[in-house]
Design a protein around this ligand. Structure first.
Ligand code: SF4
Length: 478
């Protein structure tokens, strides 16, 4: 279903004022670029200087140790609040502040300008890149150690620059296809209350010869709908008198535009609500310890000792003997097992709920592919659309997981955190309520029968029980 875009006028109304924010961004691109270089400088300093310093001891704090400052900045503030900014402001982080985006676009400006290879356009990269980065980050303890942070974040930055250098001219090919958080940001931006809207009629009647715009993430400006892929850079504001930043309902894109697809469902259900839960929970879980002890006993009983050795290098598994923190091969294997188990158990239950809901509803009609506008009619089309409604809950899960590190760091600094659980439950409750409201609206696109819709929403809610239980264990039990 496509929502008609209201005429893009610029009066002194709220809509007009919002449009002028877009124009302001367009007119201050040099300032935006300068800001990006300042952020690049801060980012590189926080990444590289701690990696050259000795590991902090137990007395180190955010007031006297740069490594702790960098740890707090990256994992305590930067990541959780970048994540929060996306549903509030769209992908303004990507277009205005992200150092990796700025560097890849700069490399692309001076690079080879090659054509984008076919393999890069594969739709599964957002899921695969997110899963690999999340799991690898856990194996090397990316939140704790500067070398690990340098390997994960620095490796990603180098790859972004290499891709920028090789492909596209003045573009952000890396951001569009390979960035590990592109898929997550793409989903969360659908909740943004602003987007660059296109007035098709104004576009059609505009002068034919208009100077071209450089949309770095390669969006088809004339036909774009929604905020999922837009980096909010503002360059296209008022282009052909047809594009303007406009307010909208935060539910408009999920209900009216985004049809979803298999990879997006995999990312929401098994990535954000399964794998990420496993990655955040394993270190707090007594089940992890029990499983590891059981496997260690089994290995010893069979005279197999090599998996118990902690001789893997730091870039394969956590290895810091100086602070008595090294993972054995068995540790690594059990972390993988735990994360895989959570992916199947928690993600599987969510998927089962969606599948059940899809079964009790009539077949979906009128859904179209977001790019080709072709009608969608596959077997899983209804499940993919329903999965979109879970984006608020999936997003809050990742936020809660990331802020666990924030709270640990605050506790280390002696800041009381007794308030945290109330806030966590409130956020989780609000996100769940919003997701269920979404599901109610999405089921309404397929059926007018209240009982059928209630049954479908009930099944989805049932599928969310293991997800909520996992967070209950994490907050209250472990
Ligand atoms: S559509 Fe492209 S040019 Fe326009 S604001 Fe979004 S990213 Fe920038």
């Amino acid at each position: 279903m496509v929502h008609p875009v209201p005429p893009l006028v610029r009066p002194a109304s709220f809509r007009g004022r919002v449009a002028r924010v877009g124009d302001f961004l367009r007119d201050h691109q040099r300032a935006v670029r300068r800001l990006q270089w300042i952020i690049v400088g801060i980012y590189l300093a926080l990444l590289l200087i701690p990696a050259a310093l000795p590991l902090p001891d137990r007395t180190a704090s955010v007031f006297n140790n740069l490594t702790i400052v960098a740890q707090f900045a990256f994992w305590g503030l930067w990541w959780p609040f970048v994540l929060v900014s996306i549903p509030l402001l769209g992908r303004a982080w990507c277009g205005l502040f992200c150092p990796e985006g700025a560097l890849t676009e700069w490399a692309s400006r001076h690079g080879r300008g090659g054509a984008i290879p076919r393999w890069m356009r594969w739709g599964g990269w957002p899921v695969v890149a997110f899963a690999l980065t999340t799991v690898y980050g856990q194996l090397v303890s990316v939140y704790q150690y500067p070398w690990a942070a340098a390997a994960v974040l620095g490796g990603s930055t180098l790859a972004a620059m290499a891709v920028g250098f090789l492909y596209g001219r003045n573009k952000r090919v890396w951001c569009k296809y390979l960035c590990p958080v592109n898929g997550v940001f793409n989903l969360l931006a659908r909740l943004a209350p602003w987007h660059f809207a296109v007035d098709a009629e104004a576009w059609r009647t505009a002068e034919r010869r208009t100077e071209a715009i450089n949309c770095a993430p390669l969006l088809p400006l004339r036909t774009m709908e929604g905020a999922a892929e837009c980096h909010m850079c503002g360059r296209c504001s008022d282009y052909r008198g047809a594009i303007a930043l406009q307010p909208r309902s935060p539910e408009a894109e999920i209900v009216g535009v985004a049809p979803g697809n298999g990879w997006e469902t995999a990312l929401i259900v098994f990535g954000l609500m399964g794998l990420a839960v496993g990655a955040f929970l394993w270190s707090a879980s007594p089940w992890f310890v029990t499983l590891k002890q059981a496997l260690a006993t089994l290995l010893v009983d069979h005279d197999i000792y090599w998996p118990l050795a902690d001789n893997a290098p730091w870039f394969v598994l956590t290895h810091y003997p100086a602070v008595n923190d090294s993972f054995s091969w068995l540790d690594g294997a059990v972390i993988l097992l735990f994360i895989a188990g959570a992916t199947v158990a928690v993600g599987g239950a969510v998927f089962a709920g969606l599948w059940g809901a899809d079964r009790v509803l009539p077949r979906p009609r009128g859904l179209r592919d977001g790019h080709t506008r072709q009608p969608l009619g596959g077997r899983w089309t209804g499940v993919h659309k329903l999965a979109q409604g879970l984006i608020p809950t999936a997003g809050i899960g990742v936020f809660l997981g990331l802020t666990a590190t924030t709270l640990t760091l605050l506790q280390h600094e002696g800041v009381p955190t007794g308030w945290a659980n109330v806030v966590r439950w409130a956020l989780l409750g609000l996100a769940l309520a919003w997701s269920l409201r979404f599901e109610w609206r999405l089921t309404g696109l397929r059926s007018a029968a209240p009982l059928r819709r209630l049954a479908a929403v009930g099944l989805i809610a049932l599928g969310l029980v293991p997800f909520c239980w996992a967070w209950w264990l994490f907050f209250m039990r472990w």
